[in-house]
Design a protein around this ligand. Structure first.
Ligand SMILES: N=c1c2ncn([C@@H]3O[C@H](COP(=O)(O)OP(=O)(O)OP(=O)(O)O)[C@@H](O)[C@H]3O)c2ncn1[C@@H]1O[C@H](COP(=O)(O)O)[C@@H](O)[C@H]1O
Length: 108
């Protein structure tokens, strides 16, 4: 299966790791480290995604983006949020041009 439900399944696994042992779970270890630890990983994975793009390495872009999405899911869980919250926001934006949206903000 290769659809959006992987985000929901992964979010459930991440949620279940909140109370897991830190020596057997990478996610539990990150939760244990707190927000700063999670944010540091997001910064690292963002930088690695940027480098992969600059190198034009498509396999690496996919790999690093997967790392970035994964760590963003951990951050969402840290704040008791889910991928569905983000998907809903993307749905809300669907069909609204970024140019149009920015113009409506700047005319305030
Ligand atoms: N999708 C992932 C996933 N993607 C990346 N990673 C880990 O994220 C880390 C990425 O960090 P780096 O690339 O910087 O590698 P590193 O140098 O080893 O990392 P650090 O020691 O610096 O943290 C690596 O340790 C990867 O193994 C993941 N770890 C877990 N998952 C999923 O999360 C589930 C729960 O994992 P556990 O909590 O470990 O059971 C797993 O079953 C998977 O489905």
């Amino acid at each position: 299966m290769n659809d959006i439900t992987i985000l929901r399944r992964l979010a459930q696994t991440i949620e279940s790791r909140k109370l897991a042992e830190t020596n057997s779970s990478y996610v539990a270890k990150l939760f244990h480290g707190g927000q700063d630890k999670i944010l540091k990983k997001i910064a690292e994975e963002s930088a690695e995604t940027i480098m992969a793009s600059k190198d034009g390495n498509t396999d690496q872009i996919i790999y690093e983006t997967a790392d970035l999405w994964f760590h963003c899911l951990i951050l969402l869980a840290f704040h008791e949020l889910s991928p569905d919250d983000v998907l809903k926001e993307l749905e809300r934006r669907e069909g609204i041009s970024g140019i149009q949206e920015k113009a409506s903000r700047t005319s305030d």
